[in-house]
Ligand binder design. Sequence first.
Ligand SMILES: Cc1cc2nc3c(=O)[nH]c(=O)nc-3n(C[C@H](O)[C@H](O)[C@H](O)COP(=O)(O)O)c2cc1C
Length: 201
Amino acid sequence: MSDRSGHFAGDDPFAIARSWLAEAEGAEPNDPNAIALATVDADGLPNVRMVLLKEVEADAFVFYTNYESRKAQEIAQSGKAAFVMHWKSLRRQVRVRGLVEKEDGPLADAYYESRSLKSRLGAWASHQSQPLSSRAALMAEVARVTARHGTNPPRPPFWGGFRIRPLEIEFWADGAFRLHDRFRWYRSDLAQDWIIDRLNP
Ligand SMILES: Cc1cc2nc3c(=O)[nH]c(=O)nc-3n(C[C@H](O)[C@H](O)[C@H](O)COP(=O)(O)O)c2cc1C
């Protein structure tokens, strides 16, 4: 198909995503793996927020969060999510839409263990997305969970990963005179082979 080369070379979109992320790590001042994650509520009203992309697997993207958060509730209800990564330094973006499942096993344990103690305790202390009366109340909760779990907290049962299995992945690179390059990988279900198209900018 077509004249794909340079940044877009190769047929495996996960390999391209990994390679663009590696470039962004050398170019972005902060959080090259930040993604804007979109979900919809029960009325179809979209919601978007940043999270950190932690794994690009052979066929999926993984991030971590609180399973009682708003995003997790919306994912539980729809089973779907989308995200975009944009690197201002590279003038490139990657868009992903797909089906979501929990990553609640050894991979989530290993990632939780890799975090600093304060972050691990923070995951216990934060009732993410719930109203909070004050900063002091949060710090009191941190003190409470620290007293309870000490220096080796287990992964909270309400905290773990989500794996997004894409139905669509689009790579976009800035071009002269707004004539950008766009390539889309699409499959109607996860068992199908990818169809690759070049898209108008
Ligand atoms: C750069 C950046 C990275 C973030 N990474 C995460 C993350 O990996 N996981 C997470 O739960 N929240 C992360 N957050 C906070 C989320 O944007 C959001 O405030 C939180 O998850 C609650 O969202 P919700 O109420 O829609 O569930 C990040 C925020 C920023 C700005």
